[in-house]
Design a protein around this ligand. Structure first.
Ligand SMILES: [Zn+2]
Length: 296
């Protein structure tokens, strides 16, 4: 599962080749076409104004780049499906269209029947990646099929924060081919080739997602936001029953004996995964999450 064109190569380029070489099948679910990408588009197309038509065209171009990258990794062109969700809009989609989003994902799970699912890490700093993790986990929890083993990968963020204990054995050949697949994403390599190569050059490491089904209980949050920021903070909680959002001052929070914030929000007896996100409602040119998501 790839939130944007290029994540499949950066995060799983070697995993994909290993699955293919060992006789497995690979399917790619692409959530967005990566069409909200104005600066590379301005640069490559030498135009300032990017309207809806230009965005759509750019998304088609990037989808074509995924197909080329996958061919390089040994995956057939019909093995990827694009959902066309809004680029930089997966968190909004999670909040406003949870049921249809989960339906789209469970439909894909029905069609693919995966026994291994690679998904973005919850702690990835890109908001689309964290929200994609939450939606995927909720979809898998509600799916009636056999739950796949899940490996979470990090693209944006410090490696030590969220990468896990599963490290893929690699080879010079696999790595070189992965970097060649990355090179198919010409629209991204033009302005950010160095950064893209640095991200893809890291060994592929994954965190095995644990899915123990326990009853909901109040959860200690990992954040201690400074009180000067409280008026602008919002807390979001998502589980199988829906999404709830509160301004920080109105969130059902208490302090424990160590001064940590504890969230009392889930219904008694609720089961399944649940997640919270702390964010600030101020316009900012900085797209990455400052606090992001945690699992409750
Ligand atoms: Zn991405």
């Amino acid at each position: 599962m790839s939130p944007h064109p290029d994540d499949e190569s950066i995060a799983t380029g070697e995993l994909i080749q290993q699955v293919r070489q060992s006789g497995g099948q690979v399917r790619i679910l692409l959530l967005t076409n990566g069409d909200n990408n104005p600066w590379p588009q301005r640069w490559m197309e030498r135009r300032l104004r990017i309207g809806a038509d230009e965005r759509r065209r750019w998304g088609e171009r990037r989808r074509g780049e995924v197909a080329q990258a996958l061919a390089r990794l040994g995956v057939e062109p019909d093995a990827f499906e694009a959902l066309g969700w809004p680029d930089m809009g997966i968190t909004d989609r999670l909040c406003s269209q949870l049921a249809p989003s989960l339906a789209a994902l469970t439909k894909a799970l029905d069609a693919i029947q995966p026994n291994l699912l690679a998904l973005p890490a919850l702690g990835d700093h890109h908001p689309d990646h964290g929200a994609a993790h939450v939606l995927t986990r909720l979809a898998v929890a509600s799916w009636e099929g056999a739950a796949p083993q899940m490996l979470a990968y990090l693209v944006h963020g410090r490696e030590g924060e969220v990468t896990g204990r599963v490290k893929l054995d690699s080879s010079v050949g696999l790595h070189a081919n992965k970097m060649a697949a990355l090179g198919c994403h010409l629209s991204q390599m033009a302005l950010s080739g160095k950064r893209m190569r640095r991200l893809a050059d890291r060994p592929e490491r994954y965190r095995l997602v644990k899915t123990d089904d326990r009853e909901a209980s109040p959860s200690v949050l990992p954040w201690q936001p400074p009180s000067a920021l409280h008026p602008w903070l919002h807390l979001l909680m998502a589980d199988g029953s829906g999404v709830h959002s509160w301004p920080w001052a109105k969130a059902p929070l208490a302090r424990d004996g160590q001064g940590r914030y504890v969230l009392h929000a889930r219904a008694d007896g609720a089961r399944g995964p649940a997640f919270a996100k702390l964010h600030m409602n101020l316009p900012s040119p900085w797209i990455f999450d400052r606090w992001g998501w945690c699992e409750l």
